[in-house]
Design a protein around this ligand. Structure first.
Ligand code: HEC
Length: 388
């Protein structure tokens, strides 16, 4: 029971505006024993009271409104937060709510926030975030829109899919977001059939359309799209199917260490080369689905700091690698083999960030489906040690 619950201190059963007026005049000092509260207890009391008053119009009291807005700023994401916004729909809060939702786009609270934004006719805040220029924010916005924009989803996201300017991660997220509804799947399928879907989105599209719950979509997609074949010439099952299967982590640990396989580029607990991120605790960071996407469609979401660069020297040598260091005089790249190569600026003709990952795009060709599942099972066991 909350100690600031109005019933605990003040007889609030009358639920009248008069009571509210009394609360508004109470000095916050009476709550001074509360250790540095983020939420002003007086605001909380006001909030609880206005929520009890069935037909209270927030616009009728500036002080109540100010208290509500302060409370909303201090306690984003709480149940009360959403209840208040849903009830009073204060337009002043839409920017904050959008920011909150974007920061929590993979959580229930973020999606709830996005729902409210559309309910308040402020969905445009999320639409604007797609064009923020920050990849993570754009992906979050696209994902949220896929969850809540309902019949507007296609109008908002199809242009994103088609945009040549958007980063691949954002376009991929748009394909996935559209595919949450049958209508969205149909519009993606239309792009595929008409040859308008960009090549770098085909894995994402195949993955969702070939696991569609609608047999007609699935059948039509199968005529145009294929998931890449694996080493045993079996077509790769869609990720939605793969994540249902369990593998053998011991066999996975062995496959992970095959020549030219994962260990060649990833460190695990001190072993291996450091071309890609250290995977020692990756099972605590990524979901099973995200691990599959990392392996099968590596360019769709390139980890921060692991963008690859291509460099052409004046004698025509082309080197692709991660940027290890860049000074006024020299550029050092780490190649796929894990070798650091330093080039004098004088000899560099071109130097450019690449859109594709350093992680090979077709690793599954070297793996059977079983090996792939085993590797993912093993990767999921790589977790942070439990805290003491
Ligand atoms: C030629 C080098 C190379 C090989 C081989 C390779 N990777 Fe990677 N991997 C990378 C690089 C570089 C990145 C970072 C860029 C990116 O996210 O695409 C990466 C990213 C990842 C990520 C995402 C990590 C994160 O923090 O988000 C996972 C998971 C991963 N690799 C797993 C594997 C597994 C499993 C294998 C073996 C089946 C493998 N990789 C083989 C280079 C490689």
């Amino acid at each position: 029971m909350n100690r600031f619950s109005p019933t605990a201190k003040t007889p609030m059963s009358t639920k009248t505006l008069a009571t509210l007026a009394i609360i508004l005049s109470v000095r916050p000092l009476i709550f001074a024993d509360e250790p540095a509260p983020q939420v002003n207890p007086k605001d909380k009391l006001v909030v609880e009271t206005v929520l009890r008053l069935k037909s209270f119009d927030l616009e009728s009291s500036t002080r109540a409104k100010e208290a509500v807005l302060r409370y909303l700023k201090a306690d984003p994401g709480s149940d009360q937060y959403f209840t208040l916004i849903e009830r009073f729909k204060p337009q002043e809060i839409t920017e904050d709510l959008a920011r909150f939702s974007l920061q929590h786009s993979t959580e229930t609270s973020g999606v709830r926030g996005a729902e409210l934004l559309f309910l308040m006719n402020a969905g445009s805040t999320l639409e604007a975030a797609i064009k923020s220029g920050d990849e993570k924010t754009s992906v979050a916005a696209v994902t949220l829109i896929g969850h809540v924009a309902a019949e507007r989803t296609e109008a908002i996201l199809l242009p994103v899919v088609a945009s040549t300017k958007s980063p691949l991660a954002v376009r991929t997220a748009a394909v996935s977001a559209l595919s949450r509804s049958v209508n969205g799947q149909k519009s993606v399928l239309t792009l595929v059939v008409s040859g308008k879907l960009a090549d770098d989105l085909k894995f994402a599209a195949a993955n969702v359309l070939l696991s569609s719950s609608d047999p007609a979509i699935k059948a039509e997609a199968a005529k145009h799209l294929q998931l890449p074949a694996t080493a045993d010439a079996q077509p790769l099952p869609p990720i939605a199917e793969l994540i249902q299967r369990r593998g053998d982590p011991v066999a996975g640990a062995i496959a992970f260490r095959k020549t030219n396989m994962c260990i060649n580029c990833h460190k695990v607990k001190g072993e291996g080369k450091e071309v890609g991120p250290d995977l020692s605790e990756i099972g605590s960071k990524l979901s099973r689905e995200a691990v599959y996407v990392s392996i099968l469609d590596p360019s769709a979401a390139i980890s921060h700091n692991y963008e690859s660069y291509a460099l052409v020297t004046d004698n025509g040598l082309v080197v692709v690698g991660l940027l290890v260091s860049e000074t006024d005089d020299a550029i050092t790249l780490r190649t796929q083999e894990g070798l650091d190569k330093k080039f004098s600026r004088q000899n560099v003709e071109e130097f450019e960030k690449q859109k594709i990952s350093m992680m090979p795009q077709d690793l599954q060709k070297q793996l059977t489906v079983t090996e792939l599942i085993d590797i993912v099972e093993y990767v999921m066991t790589l977790r942070k040690p439990p805290e003491e």
